[in-house]
Structures are given as C-alpha cells and as structure tokens.
Design a protein around this ligand. Structure first.
Ligand SMILES: [Zn+2]
Ligand SMILES: [Zn+2]
Length: 64
C-alpha cells in the first residue's frame, strides 16, 4: 500500500499553502493524474492546465 504523498500547494480557497493529495482518478490518468484536492477544503485543482482554479468551487466526493 502506498503512502499518500501530500504536496503543499497554494490553495486559492484557503488563501494559503495547504497539503494537497491526489484523489482517486476515474479518468484514466493513472499516476500522471493532474488532479489535486486540498485536504483542508476539498477544493480541486488541475495541474498543468489552466493555472486558475475552476470557476465553480467543486467538491469531490473524497474523504481524506
Ligand atoms: Zn485523473
Ligand atoms: Zn483549501
């Protein structure tokens, strides 16, 4: 079992650095999944795409 590796990223919703985790990927990205979910507010960021967060605050059904 792999340990969750938490990356610290600037969370636009928390207005500061928060640990982000990779959510379970349902889109077939595998280990290259660009999704990161804030462990504090569950806001979802997509890395390597639009640097701006998605306009709508999207909560994924992920419980850390
Ligand atoms: Zn993915
Ligand atoms: Zn956050």
């Amino acid at each position: 079992m792999l340990e969750d590796v938490l990356e610290e990223l600037d969370c636009p919703w928390c207005s500061g650095p928060r640990p982000f985790e990779v959510p379970p990927c349902a889109d077939g990205h595998g280990e290259a999944c660009p999704e990161r979910v804030c462990t504090a507010c569950s806001g979802a960021l997509l890395l390597g795409a639009d640097p701006a967060p998605s306009a709508r605050r999207q909560h994924l059904a992920v419980v850390a």
